[in-house]
Design a protein around this ligand. Structure first.
Ligand code: SF4
Ligand code: ZN
Length: 116
């Protein structure tokens, strides 16, 4: 369950405002969209992916204290899928059942062709 950025009270994930301090938690007019807030004097843009890759064209950049599109650069790093190296042997081991079925099907088809 998320917490209120101001009073740190637990709030429902869908809550539009904190029930204790009434801090607005969702974007105005878009109750499903979280509104991110800077916790200190540092603007959100300093840690935002869209500032780092220079794709943001919001007028409040680079000094946004509130933003709906903020995406923490560290979270992007965590969200990146870990590349797994799957060897051919591992793939064969995982799909052994299908390989056996395909092999049997090929043998049956070859036998059927030979007998005709
Ligand atoms: S999306 Fe928001 S927080 Fe990110 S760079 Fe643009 S204005 Fe700043
Ligand atoms: Zn609060």
């Amino acid at each position: 369950m998320p917490t209120c950025p101001r009073c740190h009270h637990l709030v429902e994930a869908q809550a539009i405002a904190c029930p204790i301090c009434h801090t607005v938690l969702k974007a105005h007019g878009h109750p499903g969209i979280p509104l991110y807030r800077a916790t200190g004097a540092e603007p959100l843009c300093n840690t935002c992916v869209y500032h780092a890759d220079d794709t943001c064209n919001f007028p409040q950049r680079p000094n946004a204290q509130e933003c709906t599109l903020y995406f923490n650069a560290q979270m992007q790093q965590l969200a990146k899928p870990v590349k797994r190296q799957v060897s051919i042997a591992l793939w064969v081991k995982r799909h052994a059942g299908w390989l056996i079925l395909v092999g049997l099907f090929v043998i049956v088809m070859l036998n059927a062709l030979r007998t005709n």
